[in-house]
Write a protein that binds this ligand. Structure first.
Ligand SMILES: NC(=O)c1ccc[n+]([C@@H]2O[C@H](COP(=O)([O-])OP(=O)(O)OC[C@H]3O[C@@H](n4cnc5c(N)ncnc54)[C@H](O)[C@@H]3O)[C@@H](O)[C@H]2O)c1
Length: 264
């Protein structure tokens, strides 16, 4: 598979890292105006680092656009004459619809919106996929690529904005929860490094329990909360302070913002 990534910033370089780790390509073009985030791959076999977007497109079958929403339109217009009916065009740009891509490249092109998160660099992304009519013929190919880099879910395009908030922004939300737990642990007397390790492994254990047992979070909570114990005391105080409510409000605020980006 000949893959190009146009835009190798935070997400593009994370995708590149994941692909290179798995060696899941026959050639990989990494194209950016500023290639500093992928210079570490300069000696990798079958990897070309360039600032020539056109060369990357011409030498690839799958082209992943990892550009900011304000840049993608200009770049798509530039490379439009080079996109053929053989290419599979993938875009990770938040809020940039399939209709907008079709308006530039044509409805006859394979177009797939891909919404991964930065955990793709270590093969642990939750990646949502939506395709246009023609692109649906290539959805299995997209699943093959992104299943090697985590887990995929094919969803209707109307849900891509919500998936962006839960899965892509979600990485930042979970990071903040880990940090807050670390701050609490420091206040209880642990050194910062110890506190971080305690918070991280406990978070990992909680996620793994849910994944491996398939049980509901409340069922796992019931196994921890000793009657009149310290866990229920802490949980109830967190809820009095609005823990669940603040998370839900943050998620809906993020969703409102992404819909403004979409409509701008
Ligand atoms: N960062 C995330 O966690 C994440 C997750 C999901 C989706 N996204 C989406 O991915 C896209 C990229 O986000 P990011 O955080 O990687 O942004 P970024 O700014 O880190 O990366 C964008 C890259 O595009 C490059 N670029 C700009 N104009 C270019 C051009 N004409 N030709 C070639 N390269 C050009 C920039 O130099 C930069 O390296 C955004 O649309 C964002 O909504 C990001």
């Amino acid at each position: 598979m000949k893959i190009a990534i146009i835009g190798t910033g935070n997400l593009g370089s994370s995708i590149a890292k994941g692909l290179i780790k798995n060696k899941s390509f026959t050639s990989l073009y990494l194209s950016d105006k500023n290639t500093s985030q992928v210079n570490e791959f300069v000696d990798e076999a079958y990897v070309t680092i360039t600032n020539n977007n056109a060369a990357a497109v011409e030498n690839s079958d799958v082209v992943i656009f990892a550009l900011q929403p304000r840049h993608i339109e200009g770049v798509l217009k530039e490379i439009q004459p080079l996109i053929t009916e053989e290419h599979v065009v993938m875009s990770v740009a938040a809020g940039f619809s399939i209709a907008k891509i079709e308006a530039i490249l044509g409805e006859d092109k394979h177009i797939i919106r891909v919404m991964p998160n930065t955990a793709i660099s270590i093969g642990k992304s939750m990646t949502c996929l939506s395709a246009n009519l023609v692109g649906q013929l290539k959805i299995e190919l997209a699943k093959t690529i992104f299943n090697q880099l985590g887990t995929t879910m094919v969803i209707p395009e109307e849900q891509i904005q919500a998936a962006t908030v839960i899965c892509a922004s979600g990485i930042a939300f979970w990071m903040r929860l880990v940090r807050a737990t670390t701050q609490g642990a420091i206040q209880l007397g642990f050194e910062a490094e110890e506190a971080h390790q305690l918070a991280l492994q406990t978070c990992y254990g909680a996620a793994s329990l849910l994944k491996e047992s398939g049980r509901h979070p409340e069922a796992e909570i019931d196994r921890v909360t000793t009657p009149s114990g310290c866990t229920i005391e802490g949980l109830n105080e967190m809820e009095h302070q609005g823990l669940s409510s603040s998370l839900i409000k943050g998620i809906t605020a993020s969703f409102e913002k992404i819909n403004q980006i979409k409509n701008s």
